[in-house]
Design a protein around this ligand. Structure first.
Ligand SMILES: [Zn+2]
Length: 326
């Protein structure tokens, strides 16, 4: 160890042959200070530049963590949307293959269900960032999902309307036998029969139910009582014609009395008149016809609400027998 000496500088005076203390002026001292300060400043700047460029500041680290968080959130959202999409696909599938089929509606074309969104620049504002792809795909998925859900909800509206209409239609279409226990009182079926008065083979365009005079007759479906369709009705005596809509009409002939007038709204099962033998008839019976789109069809196919399969079979047998009409 050596003792630290006071930092004085000396120089040798050759004339006086002595060491003389060197006197440093204030100005020189100040100059020296400036040099040191400048060097320090340069050094500090270099260090800071390195730090800024190669190391993250605490704030940057925080922001980076936040970005990572967002990225994770987006990825989670993406996965959840994939799951939602599966649910929607299942809904679409059932809609096309069950609901719409039940109600006789065409399936919605895939081009409508999964239509893309036009315009390439729709997602342009999302471009140019580190996570652009992720954000873009998430946004696209959300757009597609929204659209699919919209199409699906519209389809359910359609199906609901069809279901409502179907319920109404089911109430209107003739579906019961017009007299109580009438299925087993069929005297004459639909088809060619010997005419009771002309005694020639003629088309019998309805079914005859044999029952005592005064037996109640019921409307077979909801509808409106309408005026008899002119020429067709000669010989039917007192009769009621009901327009059921959907192309269906029913006719009830040879009544002794009718209890509904034209324009009356009737429900299935409502009393409309009583059995008689008016018009071209030889004995009390109900002549019942079902019309579809202007043509008379076999009423036997419109008793389905009343009959068990066994009874229906029996009715088919009875009504197909060739016998005389009344
Ligand atoms: Zn008849």
């Amino acid at each position: 160890m050596f003792k630290r000496r006071k930092k004085h500088q000396y120089h040798f005076n050759t004339k006086s042959l002595t060491f003389e203390k060197v006197k440093v002026s204030i100005k020189e001292k100040f100059k020296k200070f400036l040099y040191i300060a400048a060097a320090g400043l340069v050094f500090a700047t270099v260090v800071l530049l390195i730090a800024y460029n190669f190391l993250n500041s605490p704030k940057e680290k925080m922001l980076q963590r936040e970005i990572d968080q967002y990225k994770l959130q987006y990825e989670i959202l993406n996965e959840r949307m994939d799951k939602l999409d599966l649910v929607v696909k299942d809904m679409e599938n059932r809609d096309d293959n069950i609901y719409r089929v039940v109600f006789e509606a065409e399936p919605i074309p895939s081009s409508v269900r999964h239509a893309g969104f036009g315009g390439a620049d729709r997602y342009a504002k999302l471009d140019g960032y580190d996570n652009s792809k992720l954000i873009e795909s998430t946004t696209k998925k959300l757009d597609i999902l929204s659209r699919e859900l919209y199409v699906q909800s519209k389809s359910y509206d359609d199906v609901l309307a069809l279901a409502k209409d179907k319920t109404k239609m089911m109430a209107c279409i003739p579906a019961i036998v017009p007299i109580k226990g009438g299925a087993l009182k069929i005297g004459s079926g639909f088809g060619y029969r010997l005419h009771p008065i002309y005694k020639t083979l003629q088309m019998h365009p309805g079914i005859d139910f044999i029952a005592p005079r005064g037996t109640p007759i019921f409307a077979t479906g909801d509808g409106v009582v309408q005026s008899p369709p002119g020429n067709y009705l000669t010989g039917y005596g007192i009769c009621v014609v009901i327009n059921h809509g959907y192309g269906y009409e029913t006719l009830y002939g040879h009544m002794s009395r009718r209890v509904v007038s034209e324009g009356a709204v009737v429900k299935r099962g409502q009393l409309i008149g009583y059995i008689g033998s008016t018009g071209m008839s030889t004995a009390p019976h109900l002549h019942y016809e079902v019309w579809k789109s202007g043509a008379r069809i076999n009423p036997v196919n419109y008793f389905y609400n009343d009959l068990t399969p066994a009874e229906y079979q029996k009715v088919l047998e009875i009504s197909s027998k060739v016998n005389q009409s009344f």
